[in-house]
Ligand binder design. Structure first.
Ligand code: J2J
Length: 534
């Protein structure tokens, strides 16, 4: 078994013949754009404006720097950067030499970063030079390096020692069918899974998205969500807009106070938000003194957007709403810009590609009747065939004929649009941020006073879901305060969004027939107990 199970030859040939896989690479793509329009602005970050020519030159210099320090094709490099221009310099430099960025999020802390470095046997970790939201990554970098023997280098973004001043190093350039990077899965297991994406397949998802989202060289995309997340990266995201020759504007924070002035100043035409942020923008829109008239399209996805909230977007912000239901594993669905309003506000869209195969099945993998609700399975030209180095898990997450089990419960309308009705995977979707209960449970279990724990979702008006940890205290131990459990999770080095919102102490969990904790019963109990809160 190879690290990354890719498409069987017959599929690869079909996707190439159909013109989905164009034989491009990210390194080549930037070079071509820079040659075609060197002076056009590619990236804006505060007062800094990098043209395509400048981004291309910077990526080349940094690529030479990485290569000169021994980073080679296929090596993994964990990249953890906020929404800054250097994000693109770093990833294009790595793409050029065929090294694989592993896309960490700025919120990740030591436990997650150490795991990514260890599991991928990363040779380098690239982190922010300056603290982000009060967190200094330098100590984390040093601590992780001390623990992970493969990690030869820790580099800040824009590291002044890095660009090679010698001639460009000889590099073994990647082929279109090679892996381009490892993206993170939302996860439903103890540790996050890594998603291997190739140049060919990801680039198809970019230009396929561009066509459906009206992105062209005049588009200006605001990166409001964390740049490394699959949604703002590729749906159509910063990389889609760079593919089209448009302009990418980095937004350090997604709140209206930060984003609205940037929309006015840069003439932003398109951006993407998770539902809780879309609600905040919708509330702030009508009263703002900033001119938002350039904004044509607001994409909302990552979690279910309620019909009621969806209806308010266009009146409040004056743009078209486009719902997007996507996943870092591949499949992305969009409502079409010219869909009837009723379709836009009540569905999560339909797939990018005519060759995205959709199966909706019951618990026994038998296809349900048209219009019925079931588990969504999918296969296609930009959906992975397996996670990276996870053969056992892959047997569960993929069918024998290569369909990915999304864990989402959906139905299909007569027009082929999907409506997300629920979820079968053990995952919590906290306003678009995905949490694997098992990962948090493992950390809480390490607390000396804890005998057992179960982390479940509770409904939340704003976030959709929040997290609740049910804790059983060890015999003879004193019951800790809820804040002590939260502090423990934080101190063990997990991202803040994984810290349980609520902690409750119980003496027993509901049991399933086979004697396991019944998450379903726990969830039902918590839903019944949840008071509407404001
Ligand atoms: C309900 N659930 C949704 C939606 C994602 C574009 C947009 C989003 C992601 C993303 C992405 C949903 N309604 N509109 O990668 O390119 C839930 C589903 C799905 C999971 C994937 C993109 N949009 N979801 O959110 O990998 O449960 O990708 O399987 O983070 O988010 O999460 P993720």
């Amino acid at each position: 078994m190879t690290d990354a199970p890719l498409w069987p030859d017959e599929f690869a040939e079909r996707y190439r013949a159909a013109g989905y896989w164009r034989g491009e690479t990210f390194g080549r793509m930037l070079r071509d754009r820079a040659a075609a329009h060197p002076d056009r602005t590619a990236v804006v970050d505060g007062d800094r404006r990098w043209s395509y020519g400048e981004l291309d030159t910077r990526a080349d210099r940094l690529a030479a720097g990485y290569a000169a320090r021994g980073v080679r094709k296929g090596d993994r490099v964990v990249v953890q950067l906020p929404n800054v221009a250097e994000f693109f310099e770093v990833i294009f430099a790595l793409f050029r030499i065929g090294a694989l960025p592993v896309f960490a999020l700025p919120a990740h802390r030591e436990t997650e970063i150490r795991y990514f470095c260890e599991f991928t046997e990363a040779v380098a970790y690239v982190f922010p030079a300056e603290p982000v939201a009060g967190f200094d990554y330098r100590k984390l970098a040093a601590d992780v390096q001390a623990q992970v023997p493969t990690l030869r280098h820790i580099w800040t973004a824009g590291d002044p020692d890095l660009p090679a001043d010698s001639a460009t190093a000889e590099v073994d350039v990647p082929a279109p069918g090679d892996l381009a990077f490892l993206q993170l899965s939302g996860g439903s297991t103890g540790v996050p899974k890594l998603i291997p994406r190739t140049h060919d397949d990801y680039i198809y998802s970019l230009w396929g998205s561009n066509e459906l989202c009206g992105v062209d060289a005049d588009s200006v995309y605001l990166v409001a969500l964390p740049a490394a997340h699959n949604f703002p990266l590729s749906s159509p995201g910063s990389l889609g807009v760079l593919y089209a020759g448009g302009r990418v504007v980095m937004c350090p924070q997604p709140d209206p106070e930060t984003a609205f002035p940037l929309i006015e100043k840069e003439g932003v035409t398109i951006t993407g938000l998770v539902p809780p942020l879309a609600l905040v923008w919708t509330e702030a829109g009508p009263a703002t003194s900033y001119d938002l008239s350039s904004l044509d399209v607001l994409l909302v996805g990552g979690a279910k957007f309620s019909e009621e909230a969806a209806r308010r977007v266009t009146p409040a912000l004056g743009c078209t709403l486009q719902q997007v239901f996507g996943m870092a594993e591949g499949l992305v669905n969009y409502t079409r810009l010219d869909d009837p309003v009723e379709t836009i506000v009540t569905t999560q869209g339909r797939p990018i590609s005519p060759d995205d195969e959709i199966r909706i099945v019951d618990d026994h993998d038998v296809q349900v009747a048209p219009g019925e609700t079931g588990h969504l399975l999918t296969r296609g030209p930009y959906t992975i065939r397996g996670y990276w180095r996870a053969p056992d898990h892959n047997k569960r997450s993929f069918t024998e004929d290569g369909f990915y089990r999304t864990g989402d419960v959906v139905r299909m309308t007569e027009t082929g649009h999907l409506v997300v009705e629920g979820r079968a995977k053990d995952q919590i979707n906290r306003g678009g941020e995905k949490i694997a209960p098992e990962e948090v449970e493992n950390v809480i279990l390490a607390h000396p006073a804890v005998h057992d724990v179960s982390v479940v979702a509770i409904p939340d008006e704003y976030l959709g879901e929040r997290t609740l940890a049910y804790v059983i205290v060890r015999d003879g131990a004193e019951q800790p305060k809820p804040v002590a459990i939260k502090k423990h999770v934080r101190e063990r080095g997990l991202a803040a969004y994984k810290v349980p919102d609520k902690v409750e102490f119980v003496t027993a969990f509901p049991q399933t027939g086979v004697g396991k904790v019944s998450k379903k019963d726990l969830r039902a109990a918590s839903e019944a107990a949840a008071e509407p809160h404001r």
